[in-house]
Design a protein around this ligand. Structure first.
Ligand code: DAH
Length: 349
C-alpha cells in the first residue's frame, strides 16, 4: 500500500511538470483527487487495512493529497500570470510610436501681415475702426474731393452695385464714416477690403486689403513733420530698424500737400529688380495733410481743425516684407504656399 502511494505521488508530480497544459493538470486532479480518484479510493479502502497501519497510511494519503493540491495551485496561478502577461503585452499601447498628425489651419499670410501692421499702429496710439465695403459715391469719392469727372469714378475702374452703390475702391471712406460720427481729437486706422476692376496679376488683384489712417485735432497741432516721423517709424518697426525711407511729392484729391513714402527695395536691396521696376525703391503708401474740402464734407471747419491721413496696401507691402514677387500667390489658396506662413515674424527682423 505504501509503495502504491509513493508511486501515485511520483507519477502525479512528474506529470505536473512546469509546462503541463491546463488539460493535463485537470486530468491528474481527477485521476488522483476526484470522487473516484486513486487517493479517494485508497481512503475508502482504509477499513480493510490493519488497525496499526491506518494512522500512518492515512497521514501519508493526506500528505500526498496536499502536495498534489499545492502543486496544482502553483501551476494554475503560474499559468494565469503567464496569460495575463501575454495579454498585457499584446494589448500594450506603445507610447513611443509617432502620433497621427491632425492638420491644423493657419491664419492667412495677408491677415497675419495686416495684424502686425495694426499692432504697430495701435502701439502708437491709433484706434481701429472697421467701416463698410459697400459704399455710396459720396463716401467713396465726393466727400474725398474727387471731382465729378475723375477717372476713378468711371465704370472701367469701379465695381458698381445696384441701388446707386459701389464696392469701395479704397479704405479712405473710413475717414468720412468715422468723422461723421466722432469729433476730433481722433487717431484712427480703418483696415479693410477694397475692390477695383483690375485683373489678377503679379502686382494687382481685383480685391485687396488696405489700411487707412488719420489723425485730426485743432488746427496747427498736427503737422507734416508728425506725419513724416510717424510713417518713418512705422516703416522701421515693420520692415526692420535699418530700413531706408524717402518721401516723394505726389497728388491725391483728398490731401494737400500729398506725398508718397518709398522704402529701399527689400527684394534687390536697392540694386534694381522687376518688382521695383529697376529703381531700387518701392512705393509703400500715400499720405498727406487732409484737404480742407474733406473736413468741410464732414462738417468740420478747416480754419479750426486739421490733420493728416495715410493709406497703404497690405498685400503689396506684405510681398516686400516676405520677399515674394507675385501677388497671385496670396489668392490661389495653394496650401503648399500658405502652410509656409505659420507665424510671420516679419521683414528683416
Ligand atoms: N486712397 C489711396 C488709394 O487708394 C491711398 C491714400 C493715399 C490714402 C493718400 C490716404 C492718403 O489717406 O492720404 O490708393
Amino acid at each position: 500500500m505504501k509503495e502504491q502511494l509513493e508511486e501515485i505521488r511520483r507519477r502525479s508530480l512528474a506529470e505536473l511538470a512546469d509546462d503541463a497544459s491546463e488539460a493535463a493538470i485537470e486530468a491528474v486532479r481527477i485521476r488522483t483527487l476526484g470522487r473516484a480518484g486513486e487517493l479517494t479510493e485508497i481512503m475508502r479502502g482504509m477499513r480493510d487495512v490493519p488497525q496499526a497501519e491506518r494512522p500512518m497510511l492515512g497521514q501519508l494519503v493526506n500528505q500526498i493529497k496536499r502536495e498534489i493540491e499545492a502543486r496544482i495551485e502553483e501551476l494554475k496561478s503560474r499559468n494565469q500570470q503567464l496569460a495575463l502577461d501575454r495579454s498585457l503585452s499584446e494589448a500594450a499601447l506603445d507610447v513611443t510610436l509617432p502620433g497621427a498628425k491632425v492638420p491644423r489651419g493657419r491664419i492667412h499670410p495677408v491677415t497675419q501681415i495686416l495684424e502686425r501692421m495694426l499692432a504697430i499702429l495701435v502701439a502708437m496710439g491709433f484706434e481701429v475702426e472697421n467701416t463698410q465695403d459697400i459704399e455710396d459715391d459720396f463716401h467713396n469719392f465726393g466727400a474725398l474731393n474727387f471731382p465729378p469727372n475723375h477717372p476713378a469714378r468711371e465704370m472701367q475702374d469701379t465695381f458698381f452695385v445696384p441701388g446707386a452703390m459701389l464696392l469701395r475702391t479704397h479704405t479712405s471712406n473710413g475717414q468720412i464714416r468715422v468723422m461723421e460720427r466722432r469729433r476730433p481729437p481722433l487717431a484712427v486706422v480703418c483696415p479693410g477690403k477694397c475692390y477695383r476692376r483690375d485683373d489678377l496679376s503679379v502686382r494687382a488683384s481685383p480685391m485687396f486689403t488696405q489700411i487707412e489712417g488719420f489723425m485730426v485735432d485743432r488746427r496747427g497741432r498736427i503737422t507734416m513733420a508728425h506725419l513724416k516721423g510717424l510713417l518713418a517709424e512705422f516703416a522701421r518697426a515693420f520692415f526692420g530698424p535699418d530700413t531706408k525711407v524717402r518721401f516723394r511729392a505726389s497728388f491725391f484729391p483728398f490731401t494737400e500737400p500729398s506725398a508718397e513714402l518709398d522704402i529701399h527695395c527689400l527684394l534687390c536691396a536697392g540694386a534694381g529688380c522687376p518688382v521695383c521696376k529697376q529703381s531700387g525703391w518701392t512705393e509703400v503708401l500715400g499720405c498727406g495733410m487732409i484737404h480742407p474740402n474733406v473736413l468741410r464734407a464732414v462738417k468740420l471747419d478747416p480754419d479750426e481743425y486739421g490733420g493728416f491721413a495715410f493709406g497703404m496696401g497690405v498685400e503689396r507691402t506684405g510681398l516686400m516684407a516676405l520677399g515674394i514677387d507675385d501677388m497671385r500667390l496670396f489668392f490661389e489658396n495653394d496650401l503648399r504656399f500658405l502652410a509656409q506662413f505659420s507665424a510671420i515674424s516679419g521683414g528683416t527682423r
